[in-house]
Ligand binder design. Sequence first.
Ligand code: BGC
Length: 473
Amino acid sequence: MEECLQTNGLSEERVKKAKRMKIFISFAAGMAGLLFGLDIGVISGALPFITTHFELTSRLQEWVVSTMMLGAALGAISTGWISFKLGRKKSLMAGAALFVIGSIGSAMAPNVACLLISRVMLGFAVGIASYVAPLYLSEMAEKEDRGKLISMYQMMVTIGILAAFVSDTIFSYGGHWRLMLGVISVPALLLMFSVFGLPDSPRWLASKGKFAKAKEVLCSLSSSDEKAEAELSEINESLLVKQEGWGLFKANKNVRRAVYLGMLLQAMQQFTGMNVILYYAPQIFKHAGFANTEQQMIATVICGLTNTLATLIAMKTVDKQGRKPILKIGFAGIAAGTFLLGACLYMIGAGYSAMWISVVAVLMTLLTITSFAMSAGPVVWILCSEIQPLKSRDFGVACSTTTNWIVNMIIGATFLTLINAFGIAVTFWIYTALNLLFIVLTFLLIPETKGISLEKIEKNLMDGKRLRDIGVN
Ligand code: BGC
């Protein structure tokens, strides 16, 4: 409070200070996104070496990949409670500490059991980060730059995946899988130290009755006291709406519809098969005829770069063209990409080894990644935060985020089994069929929420409008 008054009047200095604070907050929360991406991306390059080192069966390889998702699902589901009790800042700190322990633990694992336990810990950290960091950012940002901050967080996830691919490539020359996993502890430590310097979110402070402290934080972020006052009174107003997630879910059919829609959206995002491409990229390229590790790794880095660049397309188009058209184009692109990739792999399996088949297989992998990154990747996260009514938003987002990780785990845990049972071509065609189904579901169930207020979406939902119409003005 005192600081607030002291800085009043020195407006230029104050604007600069607020700006610096925002950059620092974006950096710290962005680091959480980066770690999320690093942990998703690192395993594809490390897995072949881990498999050789521990002589893993297909089943154990699936477990090495999917135990992280199990941890993330547990992390996401318990974070609602942890971040309510401890606050966003302390939760992020706990997440950062787990990131450090998990990455050092997996890098030094003397046996498969230790590796799996470390992967669950890492996953728990990722689950915390994927829930708390966007929530923290949305609570810290002023209205005008909320969207930008959350998009930037998404961008950091893809940069993390790319960075993991690059570092995997570098360490692959000596087969250093322990270094691939261990190097992640460096950004994890950086996250831990930067979180120390973060203020707690004013919304959380106010919800705990610490109004003076909440105001102090708001003052440090705002260019004027008036803005800070206005923000605080909005926070106080919104606190009048008590979070009643589970109770409302049981009592109100419309709340249930929103929660189920969020879970469906996240399940659709994962069943596109995008993560299969990311986790098992080296194997896919091997099937496509890229024989040596170096060739496979370089191709994988190209995948990461495509993912990052295509996310930029989404950031530019999602508010102009709208969510639904982008989703339909994205699912159609993934369906085409996985179908033709499957066809190429089928031909390779049948003994045709022409260079053009390998080239087409790589191009189709890139088409699949581009289609996902410009559509379902960001759009699903955006929609999930838009469709939940205010009173049950935390509960709704926790349910959809947990669904994301559970389905992610199912995909990781079944991919090699599917390949062994049906062959790699048919496995990709299963994803083709699912993506075609998602185009139909988008027509039937998904609302267009471009340019409409969250209050209007909520009103439409509560009035019992069809789900696909809750975004109609
Ligand atoms: C998804 C992740 C995926 C990432 C790829 C995110 O939106 O939730 O599962 O790995 O995009 O960029």
